[in-house]
Design a protein around this ligand. Structure first.
Ligand code: CP
Length: 306
């Protein structure tokens, strides 16, 4: 494999070179078949300790990191904010320093505040992986999205990728836009005007005035979840109205290229951002994304531990 990855942490897509992204994706390709063996285990990280530390709920990210670590023979420990001494008032930094004192090799953190993984990476020696920080980045989601697109399209370069929905609150959108533009795809975004931040064009995405413009001729469509937990004010009338104006259904998907794929990072609000009629279409690759999440996270664990 050409290139390499010499970083101690994975904090965001912003910090990665295109060659490093390609190297991670190639490593993930090599890892994927391990999950389809009868005995899904290799000794690569035997003797290493991996801690997942999630301050926010998660199904896919947390489970796939744990499965990835176990398939690589690492020892895994999961900590939730609600059952840790954070509830007694211990700070994030004190918590991390105390965990580091037990000599883990990798700390995977999800935190509601942007920059929390970067802060820890400055203060502890353990390798830090960002599993989602506030509305900032979700780098492993972008990497698994890229892997899933490459599997179907063979490349990212030159593709027209439409990202639809709540861009403002989406760390997935930010990491996806950074990654896809680094690999020379063209990214368009559309959604309720109140959920499209003006600075998004500075990341390299084109803002479309309506959802139909964004979908027209697209190779890839990524629908985003309406993040009700992050909506502090009313930014669109209601979910029914959202579904009518911005929800993806067969009719709207007919605007895309015939072989366009439909993706979503999950969890999906069925009937809101996606009509249930698109669930079982051949072009819908949401569960492929989840499968690839294990391979990408195996690759990241091996590379940061390396
Ligand atoms: N895509 C994603 O981050 O899902 P979870 O919140 O379930 O981890």
């Amino acid at each position: 494999m050409e290139g390499g990855f010499n970083k101690h942490h994975l904090l965001g897509i912003r910090e990665l070179l295109p060659s490093e992204i390609e190297f991670i994706l190639n490593t993930a390709d090599a890892m994927k078949e391990i999950s389809f063996r009868d005995i899904k285990k290799v000794p690569t990280l035997r003797g290493k300790t991996v801690i997942t530390f999630f301050y926010e709920p998660s199904t896919r990210t947390r489970t796939s990191f744990e499965i990835a670590a176990k398939r690589l023979s690492a020892d895994t420990i999961n900590i939730s904010a609600s059952t840790s001494s954070l509830v007694k008032g211990e700070s994030l930094l004190d918590t991390a320093r105390n965990l580091q004192a037990m000599q883990p090799d990798i700390l995977i953190i999800r935190h509601p505040h942007a920059g929390a993984p970067h802060f820890l990476a400055k203060h502890i020696n353990t390798a830090v992986i960002n599993a989602g920080d506030g509305m900032h980045e979700h780098p492993t989601q972008a990497l698994l999205d890229a892997m899933s697109i490459k599997e179907k399209k063979g490349t990212i370069e030159g593709l027209e990728i439409a990202i639809i929905g709540d861009i403002t609150h989406s760390r997935v959108a930010r990491s996806d836009i950074l990654l896809f533009t680094k690999l020379r795809a063209k990214v368009r975004v559309a959604g309720p005007p109140t959920l499209i931040p003006p600075y998004i064009e500075n990341l390299g995405a084109k803002v479309c005035p309506c959802i139909e413009d964004a979908l027209e001729g697209a190779d890839v469509v990524i629908a985003l979840r309406v993040q009700r937990e992050r909506l502090k004010q009313v930014l669109f009338p209601d979910l029914r109205e959202y579904a009518i104006r911005f929800g993806l259904n067969k009719k709207r998907l007919a605007l895309t290229k015939k072989d366009a794929v439909l993706m979503h990072p999950g969890p999906v609000n069925w009937g809101v951002e996606l009509d249930p009629e698109v669930m079982d279409l051949e072009r819908t690759i949401i569960l492929n994304q989840v499968t690839n999440g294990v391979a990408v996270r195996m690759a990241i664990l091996v590379l940061v531990a390396g």
